[in-house]
Design a protein around this ligand. Structure first.
Ligand code: A3P
Length: 285
């Protein structure tokens, strides 16, 4: 049975994972520390891949941590009722994930030097990835068809709100030194280069062998087989009929699903909503 959404500031959140009072508290009082590292994304943009890479970088390629501790304990989701207490009780530098839009993120971030990595993915692929993912959970309303989900996505009537507003909002921080923007498409095209970029941003140095280990253990196939990373530990209260986090891991899958009319409608909305960004801002356009 699907639970109702939790609504906060006009944005829908999955009730099974997020509680309104807690969310209010997080937005108003959670204190970001200088030494925190925050992984921010709109859902289905490559969050778990980036978490895996960062965890492996922190351990210089040693896979013990990623093979023994679930993703949500290594990098708890700030806005979730499960993740929030873990983070407030953790001492020392914290790694955390979040899908919150910028206007709901704890204000303390904006006066802190905590590092943030924001991953952006072609929203057409985000839409398809989300359609196949959320539909196999009890976390969202069942759209019943891709046509319906397509309409909801373009209007922002999906959990965590509009992709366009999320990305627009967070990109306003792109000139800040403590803010790194990555693209899923670049991560796919040049994974090693992306890992090096993340290392530079974090001030970490990896030897060539260590870099190869990070590459190996964060690869799609290895993550798909790692029970700590592939969501196979998520319980039946959330999962229905075979949830797969590691679905395809490709770019351009939307072309296998959109009709010509949908592709045109999407282009139109993208151009309207993302007008004003410099050329080259979105590598897939
Ligand atoms: P698909 O559904 O298109 O396969 P998130 O972690 O934000 O929920 O994003 C999930 C998407 O990232 C899924 O996309 C998943 O396959 C992809 N992904 C996860 N790990 C990956 C990896 N190591 N390499 C490539 N894609 C990966």
């Amino acid at each position: 049975m699907m639970s109702e959404y939790t609504w906060f500031e006009g944005i829908a959140f999955p009730t099974l994972a997020v509680q309104k009072e807690q969310l209010e508290d997080i937005c108003n009082t959670f204190v970001v520390k200088e030494e925190d590292l925050i992984i921010l994304t709109y859902p289905k943009s490559g969050t778990n891949w980036l978490i895996e890479i960062v965890c492996l970088i922190q351990k210089k390629g040693d896979p013990t941590w990623v093979q023994s501790v679930p993703t949500w304990d290594r990098s708890p989701w700030l806005e979730t009722s499960y993740g929030h207490p873990l983070l407030i009780n953790k001492e020392g530098p914290r790694l955390m994930s979040s899908h919150l839009p910028i206007h709901l993120f704890p204000k303390s971030l904006f006066s802190s030097k905590a590092k943030v990595i924001y991953v952006i993915r072609n929203p057409r692929d985000v839409l398809i990835s989300g359609y196949f993912f959320w539909g196999k959970t009890n976390l969202v309303k069942d759209p019943e068809s891709l046509e319906t989900y397509f309409e909801w996505f373009l209007k922002g009537n999906v959990v965590y709100g509009s992709w366009f507003e999320h990305v627009r909002g967070w990109l306003s921080m792109r000139e800040c030194d403590n803010f790194l923007v990555l693209y899923y498409e670049d991560m796919k095209k040049d994974t090693k280069g992306t890992i090096k970029k993340i290392c530079d941003f974090l001030g970490k140095k990896l030897g060539p062998d260590e870099l190869e280990l990070v590459l190996k253990y964060s690869s799609f196939q290895v993550m798909k087989e790692n029970n700590m990373s592939n969501f196979s530990l998520i319980g039946d209260d959330v999962v229905t009929n075979g949830l797969q986090l590691m679905r395809k891991g490709t770019t351009g899958d939307w072309k296998n699903h959109f009709t010509v009319a949908q592709a045109e409608a999407f282009d139109k909305v993208f151009q309207e909503k993302m007008a004003g960004f410099p050329p080259g801002m979105f590598p897939w356009e």
